[in-house]
Design a protein around this ligand. Structure first.
Ligand code: C2O
Length: 571
């Protein structure tokens, strides 16, 4: 072939490639207006921050491979950002959303259009506001259907139902957060938990605010569970019915059947439930799973699982008593541990787990601690013993910078953050010693860790008993990671590494680090950007339990972050 015809034919090829990739990838458009709406629960009416006036917010449903375009317009005084929790954002970290990490907030009267493509992911995820405590009411489901021709790796359900857990606060949550920042105290506890925005019949003045799922005998339902609560891990069960877990954090699992599940804030889970009991009314319920000594919302939210066929209807059978649920008790760590240990990735021919990193390039050990600072002179503090609460990883308490770290990294600006987050705890000690009460006096700053493109990374998260130990749901943006091991006590590199599951470990984006224990994660750093790593208990993020992992661009084509969009909000 001479040069000219070679050139021509390559042009033709590129042209057809462009046409075909444009036509095979559909684009789904959404317009999200951040605005207030009057919402009443527990006979308490308030002006609630919402998307499009809905609480919970609108669901997003797309198909794997789609381009997603979401225009977010801010109509309120507060700054805002939205995050698509669990979406990998390959090369599009600009659309990830955490304020001051990947973008500056969208200011009043302004818009920002989040654009990204969803590939190699399918299942239940969710979206939420990612600034201050706005996600209390600004959240919704993000459902990715498999491509048309590709079936689920489990029996096709008759109906799919999103079940979003939340918390209702009579007070304005942004005010609660401001108070915490000013006085260093703990959170007010919420008034109620909610299922799809409704507290259910066990609260005062709430009977009519009950979510009802009508079911037919013999049919199977896929419940897409999402824990959007701010500060509480939850147990969830349906009276007399078992659930079969088939997916966690949008990744398929080996099916296993259980009476109750434990789900942390940030996590999602698909369960199959067959309506195979006597036609009646059953409670669907969630209550907190608690490991800390701090005050918490001790209530229980309920919904109804109502057999509407063959004969029962909610009107015709008002007197039929509700069959009540059998949830684990709130401090049942044994149940939570057993449940978590039962989760395995599917590891089938179609969904293999052969990419579990076996050799590691970068090793991190991050301790998780709560702390108490002395109250600055002349100030009022609301933490224990008149101090201020803080939280840290490797003794670093994260302070949100004044501009987005991703932009600072992209434009090589200095002074916004530093790359010296310690790979190991500054001091070794018996992390989980029950008697420990020393204070580590964390350093406050914006330090992050940096890894090379395609590094195989291992992070061991180690809870400590400073101040108190408790279960922490740690979330990493931009990745799914394999949870290769966990346990109680201190991580022992030799003994514990030998027992890692490198065959079918669960693949997640949010992991519950056991109270006074540790969890080991592994992933390949194949996505350039600055990725927030934080506790998904909002109170702990506020106290500083966060950092970020920066993944450098790779050398090859398609291995670096795309340029920032033109409408990226300025600070
Ligand atoms: Cu679900 Cu950093 O978020």
């Amino acid at each position: 072939m001479d040069n000219l015809s070679y050139l021509l034919s390559s042009f033709v090829l590129v042209f057809f490639w462009l046409i075909s990739s444009a036509s095979t990838a559909n684009t789904k458009f959404f317009h999200f207006n951040v605005q207030y709406a009057n919402i009443t629960r527990l006979c308490h009416s308030k002006s609630l921050l919402t998307v499009n006036g809905q609480y919970p917010g609108p669901n997003i449903a797309i198909t794997e491979g789609d381009n997603v375009v979401i225009k977010v317009s801010n109509h309120v005084k507060s700054n805002t950002t939205l995050h698509w929790h669990g979406i990998r954002q390959i090369r599009t970290a600009w659309a990830d959303g955490p304020a001051y990490v990947t973008q500056c907030p969208i200011q009043r009267g302004h818009s920002y259009t989040y654009k990204f493509r969803v590939t190699k992911q399918r299942g239940t995820l969710w979206w939420h506001a990612h600034i201050s405590w706005q996600r209390a009411s600004v959240h919704g489901a993000f459902i990715i259907y498999p491509k048309k021709t590709i079936p689920y790796p489990f029996p096709k359900p008759d109906l799919e139902v999103p079940i979003i857990f939340g918390e209702w606060w009579n007070e304005d949550v942004e005010g609660i957060e401001k108070d915490i920042i000013q006085y260093g105290g703990g959170p007010n506890v919420s008034e109620a938990y909610t299922i799809n925005g409704l507290p259910g019949s066990l609260y005062p003045c709430s009977n009519k605010d009950t979510f009802v799922q009508k079911v037919e005998s013999g049919k199977t339902y896929l419940l897409r569970l999402i824990n959007a609560a701010l500060n509480d891990e939850l147990f969830f069960a349906i009276a007399n019915h078992t659930m079969t877990v088939v997916e966690i954090d949008a990744s398929y699992t080996k099916p296993f059947t259980t009476e109750a599940v434990m789900i942390t804030p940030g996590q999602t889970m698909n369960v199959l439930v067959t309506a195979n009991q006597r036609p009646a009314k059953y409670h669907v319920a969630a209550c907190p799973y608690v490991t800390s000594k701090a005050p918490f919302d001790e209530t229980r939210t309920t919904a109804l699982w109502l057999y509407s066929k063959p004969s029962l209807s909610i009107d015709g059978n008002q007197d039929e008593p509700v069959v009540t649920e059998n949830l684990p008790v709130m401090r049942d760590t044994a149940y939570a541990t057993k449940f978590t240990a039962s989760l395995r990735s599917l590891n089938s021919r179609d969904y293999p787990s052969n990419d579990v990193p076996k050799k590691i390039d970068r090793e991190f050990l991050f301790t998780i601690s709560l702390g108490l600072q002395d109250c600055p002179r002349g100030k009022i503090c609301k933490g224990y013993y008149g101090g201020r609460f803080s939280a840290s990883m490797n003794n670093q308490s994260f302070v949100r910078p004044l501009m987005a770290m991703l932009q600072a990294a992209y434009y090589n600006m200095s002074g916004v953050f530093s790359k010296d987050f310690p790979a190991q705890p500054p001091r070794k000690f018996n992390y989980t010693d029950n008697l420990l009460s020393m204070n580590m006096n964390p350093q406050f700053g914006s330090r992050i860790a940096v890894v090379n493109f395609n590094d195989n990374v291992e992070i061991v998260l180690q809870d400590t008993s400073l101040l108190s130990f408790e279960n922490h749901p740690i979330h990493l943006h931009g990745f799914n990671f394999y949870v290769v091991g966990n346990g109680f006590g201190n991580f022992d590199p030799e003994k514990d590494r030998a027992a890692f599951n490198l065959v079918d470990p669960p693949l997640r984006n949010t992991v519950a680090v056991p109270s006074a224990g540790w969890t080991a994660l592994r992933f390949k750093a194949d996505n350039p950007g600055v990725w927030f790593l934080h506790c998904h208990l909002e109170i702990h993020t506020t106290w500083g339990l966060a950092t970020a992992i920066m993944v450098e661009n790779g050398p090859g084509p398609g291995q670096s972050i795309l340029p920032p969009p033109n409408d990226l909000p300025p600070c």
